[in-house]
Every structure is written in structure tokens, then in C-alpha cells.
Design a protein around this ligand. Structure first.
Ligand SMILES: Nc1ncnc2c1ncn2[C@@H]1O[C@H](COP(=O)(O)OP(=O)(O)OP(=O)(O)O)[C@@H](O)[C@H]1O
Ligand SMILES: [Mg+2]
Length: 337
């Protein structure tokens, strides 16, 4: 992909947790890029490393975790070379995040107005009064009714959907270039989910932001994203634009995710789940980490880890099936369940 078009280019990023039981490679050699003004979806089962990847981008990994390798080129500069102070500035002004758990991210003892206004006071040197006016404006932007009244309320006085809107208002307060939304709708009921997704889409277009949208829901990806990275056990196993991914998923894991999507044209009972379970994060498997669950795995897959390889225009896959080494005649073994 043309680096000039991307706002963030991640190369071979590695983040590990060094625990008493061993090293957990939460992000294990991730490479991907986020195009300017576009939405990149990141999908994968629980534990695949989506949240740790986003926290790594913001350099918010704490002990026993560490970013141990790779590069994150943001507007031409490596975020890993920034000082703590420079990173704090970037987090306030350029890259912001909506966290997976809004209830724990809002401070219960401050009004929501105070919490939004703080960003303007710290980063833009506004007076308290100006910052409060901006907070009201932001609440209005994210569709909160009577924002003048709401700005004086505490988080517990708002419904879950409203609190998520407040989180979005806080994340957008300093007009970021890049917004990271980590499962922003999981805690909400379906109607509210749809409203929040519409809101993020609308604001993105209005404000020309780039967005990283994390979800385990492929239906949401189809509606919201331009590009998609599919993660499995800390690695990107497939990357492409959303149309190609849905039309021609290549990695057997992506195919499995697609087959487990509820569809209108088939009976629910025919839905296929992906057999087996995610390997232990300490397993230290050689070979492809999906091999134990893969219906096509052959010896090669158990012996060596495939690279993420370009197989088409902006379409990459990490699977031996698409390499010259693949033996189409090798009998397929039983899948471990
Ligand atoms: N503090 C920690 N110590 C040890 N391991 C950790 C720690 N935090 C995360 N991990 C491990 O890192 C891996 C990736 O976790 P992460 O939270 O990024 O998953 P996720 O894809 O966001 O999952 P979910 O969909 O459940 O939010 C998991 O194996 C997890 O157990
Ligand atoms: Mg997560």
C-alpha cells in the first residue's frame, strides 16, 4: 500500500507480557496500515490481541507488559521513538481512544462537563468557562439532548448509551486525526448499538478522521469498515478491503468466521462454528497457530509459521495454502476438537 495514503503504518509490532507462567505474546508481529480518512476494522475472537494492539499504539502498556519490537509510523514518525511527554501530547491531540468499558473509564466523582472540559483546559489552554462551552457543544454534536443540563450531571445519572456518547465526545474533544474505538457498542442493547455506530460513521465523515474499529462482530465490520484485519492469537492472518474479504475470504479462520455469521438465506441450524478452541497463550506452538483447528492443515502447517503474504491488490494472507510449498495432494488429517 502507498505509505503516503496511510496515517498509521504498523510494522512487525510485538507486545508481550512477562508473567510468572511465561511470556504471553499478545501482539506477535502485527503489520497493518490505516488509510487517511478511512476505517480499519480489527476482528478476532476474545484474546486475539485487539485491545493490547490498540493500547500499544497509544503506548499505554504497563508491567508486566512491554512493547518489544517493531515500528509504528504515524504521519511519518515512529511513535516508539517519542518521549513520554510527546506521547501524552499525541494522545490528547492526535490519536484518541474509546475504551471497551465506558463505565470504568468515566470518573464517577466529576461531572461529565468537567471531564470533557479538562481536555480543552489542558491541551488548548482554554479558561474553565470557554472549556465548558466547548463541552456543551461536543455533547450536542454526539446527539445528547439538553446538553446544557447534562453537562452538570454525574456519570451515574446517565444511561449506558448516553455514557457511551459522552465517551465519544471526550475522545473527539481535541479533533483527533485517528480515533481508536475498542468494541464501543458491546455493552449496549441492539437499538442503541445501531445509533452509536451511525454516530461514529457520521462524525468520521464530517470530521475526516481515520478510525480503527475493533469488534468481534463481522456484521458490524461489513457496515462500518473500509479495510479489515483479521487477528488470531496476536497475529494478523488476513488483511484486505472489506468487499474483497467478504467476497473472497482466503484464510480458513476468516472463512470459519464468515460461516458462523447468521444469514437470512440459510437455516440457523446449519451454522458452522469453528471447531476446537484457541490455543493457550503460553503454548509456544511452532507452525501456524490455527493449524490445530484448521480443516486443511498438513505437515508443513504444523512445522513452520507462514508469513503474511500479498496474494492480490491490497489483500494479504498468512496461510501456507497460498504458497508454492503447498501440497494439494496430501491427505487432510482429522481436525482436533
Ligand atoms: N496484564 C496481562 N498479563 C498477562 N497477559 C495479558 C495481560 N493483558 C492481556 N493479556 C493477554 O494478552 C492477550 C490479548 O488480550 P486482549 O485483551 O488484547 O484480547 P482482545 O482481542 O481484546 O479480547 P476481547 O475480545 O476479549 O476484548 C490475551 O491472551 C490476554 O490473556
Ligand atoms: Mg479487547
Amino acid at each position: 500500500m502507498n505509505a503516503k495514503q496511510s496515517v498509521l503504518e504498523i510494522k512487525n509490532l510485538q507486545t508481550s507480557f512477562f508473567t510468572d507462567s511465561g511470556e504471553v505474546r499478545a501482539v506477535d508481529g502485527v503489520s497493518l496500515s490505516v488509510r487517511k480518512g478511512k476505517t480499519l476494522g480489527i476482528v478476532g475472537e476474545s484474546g486475539s490481541g485487539k485491545s493490547i494492539l490498540s493500547l500499544s499504539i497509544l503506548r499505554l502498556i504497563s508491567e508486566p507488559g512491554r512493547i518489544i519490537g517493531g515500528e509504528m509510523i504515524y504521519n511519518g514518525e515512529n511513535l516508539l521513538n517519542k518521549t513520554v511527554k510527546q506521547m501524552r501530547n499525541i494522545r490528547g491531540n492526535q490519536i484518541s481512544m474509546i475504551f471497551q468499558e465506558p463505565m470504568t473509564s468515566l470518573n464517577p466523582v466529576f461531572t461529565i462537563g468537567d471531564q470533557i472540559a479538562e481536555a480543552y483546559q489542558v491541551h488548548e489552554n482554554m479558561s474553565k468557562r470557554q472549556a465548558m462551552d466547548k463541552a456543551v457543544e461536543m455533547l450536542r454534536l454526539v446527539g445528547i439532548p439538553s446538553p446544557e443540563k447534562r453537562v452538570k450531571q454525574y456519570p451515574f445519572q446517565l444511561s449506558g448509551g448516553m455514557r457511551q456518547r459522552v465517551m465519544i465526545a471526550m475522545a473527539l474533544a481535541c479533533n483527533p486525526d485517528l480515533l481508536i474505538a475498542d468494541e464501543p457498542t458491546t455493552a449496549l442493547d441492539v437499538t442503541i448499538q445501531a445509533q452509536i455506530l451511525d454516530l461514529i460513521r457520521e462524525l468520521q465523515q464530517r470530521l475526516h478522521m481515520s478510525v480503527i474499529f475493533i469488534t468481534h462482530d463481522l456484521g458490524v465490520v461489513a457496515e462500518t469498515c473500509d479495510d479489515v484485519a483479521v487477528m488470531y492469537c496476536g497475529k494478523v492472518v488476513e488483511f484486505s478491503d472489506v468487499h474483497t474479504l467478504f467476497k473472497e475470504p482466503k484464510h480458513p479462520y476468516t472463512v470459519g468466521l464468515m460461516n458462523s455469521l447468521p444469514r437470512h438465506d440459510i437455516d440457523q441450524e446449519e451454522l458452522e462454528a469453528i471447531k476446537g478452541s484457541v490455543p493457550s497463550p503460553y503454548a509456544g506452538l511452532t507452525g501456524c497457530w490455527f493449524a490445530p483447528r484448521c480443516p486443511h492443515a498438513q505437515d508443513l502447517c504444523r512445522e513452520a509459521l507462514p508469513e503474511l503474504t500479498e496474494i492480490g491488490d491490497n489483500h494479504k494472507v498468512r496461510c501456507w495454502m497460498y504458497s508454492d510449498l503447498w501440497n494439494p495432494n496430501q491427505t487432510e488429517p482429522e481436525v482436533n476438537t
